[in-house]
Write a protein of this length. Sequence first.
Length: 256
Amino acid sequence: MLELFKKIWQTGTVTERDVYQNISPRYKGMVEADTSSCSKCGECVRCCPTQAITITDKITINHLKCVYCGACLKHCGNKALLQSNKIYNILEQEQEFKADLLKQKIKKIMGGSLHIRHVDTGSCNACDFEMSMLSNPFYDVSRWGINFVASPRHADLLMITGGVTENLLGALTKTYEATPNPKIVMAVGSCGISGGVIGKTYANIGAVYKVVPVDVVVPGCPPRPQALLEGILLGLLKYEEKIKRGGTVDSGTTTI
């Protein structure tokens, strides 16, 4: 017992108040484009496995489709595409994520707690792994009243990972129908948002919005826990809008 207390004393508090302060400069985040250096050769367009890049008068990267594979960086001879460690900002009006705001919204809108049901519709488990980090001592989302639940009947938010496979189509629709209204649906990762590298096949339907209405999308392959927290905050803001509309279930299906 004394050794346990000694270890706790030496380790100190692991949970971080500012969850953004320790993003490594080596993190492979958003790919950024420098149009002035682009020769419009089109190599990046041809090598992109998800057709996330288009070139007109400038380079446009659809970060909802990008899987952060880095193929475009290798094929761009003019270095017009650059790797950053930035997380795609999904919050409207460039609103900066603040933990205090998240806690305040959960208290005001949800009465102090937010219940999330995770639904894996065919992911590679990368997004699921990042999601599991939300409950570890570093992020510790339970301090803000966020809890993952086993039953969709207890959930306020559905967090869906992976492109929807034919085998899991029924599980997704039943989970969606079992979740009380109004509810928030979040598609996590490039596969859940746009179908990812696999896309539409005989065994894979693809993007979540093709099956159920989606309120919030969190890009990445996989998205970091910080991005998931931004998605939860945006989901709460949209939940508040639904309540103001009288709890209607129309979510304005996301299209890519």
